[in-house]
Design a protein around this ligand. Structure first.
Ligand code: NAP
Length: 340
C-alpha cells in the first residue's frame, strides 16, 4: 500500500521517524508492502514545502543536519503555515509532531481537526490534543471515515497503547499503573546514588533528559497527561489532566530516599487510574514500592506500565519511553496499522 504523507513538525520525532523510513525503506516494502511518498514537510524552524509529486526525505534530513532550511533546498510550494499546508496537501496521512501544550492542546489540536475534517488519517505523538480532547477527536475521525492513531503519546514506541487497545481487547481492565516519565525516574534513581534533587536534576539536564524548564516532568504534568490517555482508553471515560491528583518529586528529599531503601523500598513517581464506586480516579504521586517489585526494578529513564485485567491478571510492559528513534517507531507502527 502506498501512502502520501505530510509531516508537521520536523524536530526530534519528525526527523527520527523520517530516518527510520529512509533506513528501512526496502524492508518495509518487502515485509508490509508499505511505500511512503512524502508530499510535504512543515516546520516553523526549518520551513514548509508542499509537493504533490513528492519530496526526497533523505535530502530533507541532510538539509537540516547541515544547518539549511527546507525551503531553500527542496522544490515545491513554500512558505505556508500548517493550516494552509494541510489545505493544499494531497496527503492521505498527516503526521502531527509539534510540541505539547497541556492547557489548550494548541497548535496540535487545530492541526489534527483540520486534517481529520479534510478526510486525512492522522498519526500524532502529541499528548496535548489526545489528553484534552480524545473523545471529540475520535468521534470526528469516525465521522469522516479515517483513523486517528497516537501510539507515541505514552511510552513512545514501547507499545503501551497498542497493547491496551489490541492486545487486551475484550479484557475488563480495572486499574492502570505506570512509571510513565523517564526524566523523574532518572532523577529518583540518581538520588539513590546520593545526589540531591537539584544535583540529579542538573545531571538530567546536562544529559538532555530534562528541559531547561523541567516543570512538565518534575511537577508531574507529563505523566498526568499520559495516565489520562491510558485511563480514557481502558475505561471509556472522558477524564482530563485537571482531574488527576498530582504531586511531583520536588519535595522528595535524600532522607526520604535513604529511609525507604533501609526498609527495602524505593520511591517512584507512579501514575495510577482505577475504577471505584465514585467513578474513575487518577493520580500521580511519589510512592514507596518494594525494591524487588516490578516497579522497584525499573531504573533510569526506562518506563513501565501494568494493566490489571479480569482474564489475565496483571499484565506488565517495560521499555524505553523517549527519544527520536523510539517515538519514530511509534509513528511507523501506526502507519503500518493503517495497512492492516
Ligand atoms: N522527543 C521525544 O522523545 C518524544 C517522545 C514521545 C512524544 N513526543 C512528543 O512529540 C511531539 C514532538 O516532539 P519533539 O521532541 O520532536 O519536539 P521538537 O524537537 O521541539 O520538535 C517540534 C517541532 O515542531 C515545530 N513546530 C511547532 N509548532 C509548529 C507549527 N505550528 N507549525 C509547524 N511546526 C511547528 C517546532 O518548531 P520550533 O522549535 O521553531 O517551535 C519544532 O521544530 C511533542 O508533542 C512531544 O511531546 C516526544
Amino acid at each position: 500500500m502506498e501512502f502520501r504523507l505530510a509531516l508537521i513538525g520536523f524536530g526530534v520525532v519528525g526527523r527520527g521517524f523520517t530516518e527510520i523510513l529512509v533506513r528501512k525503506q526496502e524492508y518495509l516494502q518487502r515485509k508490509y508492502g508499505l511505500k511512503v511518498k512524502y508530499v510535504g514537510i512543515c516546520d516553523i524552524k526549518y520551513g514548509s514545502v508542499v509537493s504533490h509529486e513528492g519530496l526526497d526525505p533523505a535530502k530533507a534530513l541532510e538539509t537540516v543536519k547541515s544547518g539549511g532550511t527546507l525551503e531553500k533546498h527542496l522544490n515545491g510550494v513554500k512558505g505556508l503555515n500548517a493550516l494552509e499546508f494541510i489545505e493544499l496537501s494531497n496527503a492521505d496521512v498527516v503526521v502531527e509532531a509539534t510540541w505539547t501544550n497541556l492547557e489548550v492542546g494548541e497548535p496540535g489540536l487545530t492541526h489534527i481537526k483540520k486534517a481529520l475534517n479534510a478526510g486525512k488519517h492522522v498519526i500524532t505523538t502529541n499528548k496535548g490534543p489526545i489528553a484534552l480532547a480524545f473523545k471529540e477527536l475520535d468521534s470526528l475521525a469516525k465521522s469522516k471515515g479515517v483513523k486517528l492513531l497516537f501510539s507515541g503519546t505514552v511510552m513512545s514506541g514501547t507499545p503501551s497503547i497498542r497493547t491496551l487497545i489490541r492486545g487486551l481487547a475484550g479484557c475488563y481492565v480495572s486499574e492502570v499503573a505506570g512509571i510513565l516519565n523517564g526524566t523523574t525516574n532518572y532523577i529518583l534513581t540518581k538520588m539513590e546514588e546520593g545526589l540531591s534533587f537539584n544535583e540529579a536534576l542538573r545531571d538530567a539536564q546536562l544529559r538532555g533528559y530534562a528541559e531547561a524548564d523541567p516543570t512538565m516532568d518534575v511537577d508531574a504534568w507529563d505523566p498526568a497527561a499520559k495516565i489520562v490517555i491510558l485511563a480514557n482508553i481502558a475505561f471509556g471515560s472522558d477524564i482530563k489532566p485537571k482531574d488527576v491528583i498530582r504531586e511531583g518529586i520536588r519535595n522528595v528529599t535524600l532522607d526520604n530516599i535513604k529511609d525507604a531503601l533501609r526498609r527495602g523500598k524505593r520511591v517512584k513517581l507512579v501514575a495510577r487510574a482505577w475504577i471505584d464506586d465514585g467513578g474513575i480516579r487518577a493520580k500521580v504521586t511519589p510512592e514507596e514500592v518494594d525494591v524487588n517489585s516490578f516497579f522497584g526494578q525499573v531504573g533510569g529513564t526506562v518506563n513501565a506500565v501494568m494493566y490489571r485485567t479480569d482474564s489475565l491478571g496483571d499484565v506488565y510492559l517495560i521499555g524505553r519511553g523517549a527519544g527520536g528513534e523510539e517515538a519514530g517507531q511509534a509513528v511507523l507502527a501506526d502507519l503500518i496499522e493503517l495497512t492492516l
